[in-house]
Design a protein. Structure first.
Length: 259
């Protein structure tokens, strides 16, 4: 009998302990899912939920303030996401607040992120529908990255081909860098052009002193000198006008000095 009572006592103790653990687990999970405490409900309409699931967290200001209660397909292009939110954060969420779908890290679980809205606006009410911002799909990001990587690979291959051609003396630039004969010819051409330019200057000087062209160049010099004199006269007149204006201004300030 004592052994039987001892066995029953242990069995009862373990049963009570298991019940306490079960109740604590239910309370903890329910608290995490906002099943206990004062809450209110809001929803948002998305074109795509991007893998969002029932039970996903809802964040406001970087803090978990609720959970996704239900996800339902309204039309072929609209998905309704219903959320349970803690009542204590309701005063901070405005009517023009916007909901978007984010993720915990680059490849983490999806979450709902609520932007607060404009200060001074009315707070949200129970069962309100928030405006939304459409998420950027991970597939779109990866496709964009892949396109950029492919383009970079093509550019790298082209640069390698161009460099190889230059090193082997192909193309004008390659021949210029590798073929010494072409480089020498180019140098000689530049020297000839310089000599031709010097000869042209000498011919022009000789033409100025020529009997036939002396009158032409003399006329050009006179026109140039006349133009310079006109410009100088214009500058002097402008300066004189400025001096006269300054003098008149000074006389207006000091009439006794004028008398």
């Amino acid at each position: 009998m004592p052994k039987e009572k001892n066995y029953k006592w242990k069995l009862g103790f373990f049963a009570v302990a298991a019940l306490v653990v079960a109740v604590a687990a239910i309370y903890y999970i329910g608290k995490q899912k906002n099943k206990f405490g004062t809450v209110f409900h809001i929803s948002a309409l998305f074109k795509s939920v991007s893998g969002l699931k029932i039970g996903s967290n809802v964040r406001f200001g970087g803090i978990d303030v609720g959970t996704v209660d239900n996800i339902a397909l309204v039309t072929d292009t609209t998905v309704e996401v219903q959320m349970i939110i803690q009542h204590k954060v309701r005063p901070f969420i405005k009517k023009d607040a916007k909901a978007s779908i984010g993720s915990e890290g680059l490849m983490g679980d999806k979450v709902i992120v609520i932007a607060p809205g404009t200060p001074g606006q009315a707070t949200v009410s129970d069962r309100d529908v928030l405006a939304t911002m459409q998420p950027i799909e991970t597939d779109q990001i990866m496709a964009s990255v892949k396109t950029s990587a492919d383009n970079a690979a093509i550019i790298t291959a082209n640069l390698a081909d161009i460099t190889s051609r230059i090193n082997h003396g192909k193309g004008a630039l390659g021949k210029l860098l590798v073929d010494t004969t072409l480089s020498t010819n180019l140098s000689s051409t530049m020297k000839n052009l310089k000599k031709s330019s010097e000869g042209l200057n000498q011919n022009m000087e000789a033409a100025k002193h020529s009997f036939l062209l002396k009158g032409f160049f003399r006329k050009k010099d006179k026109e140039k000198k006349k133009k310079e004199e006109e410009e100088q006269k214009k500058k002097d007149d402008d300066q004189k006008q400025k001096d006269d204006a300054a003098r008149q201004k000074q006389d207006a300030k000091d009439p006794k000095k004028k008398n």
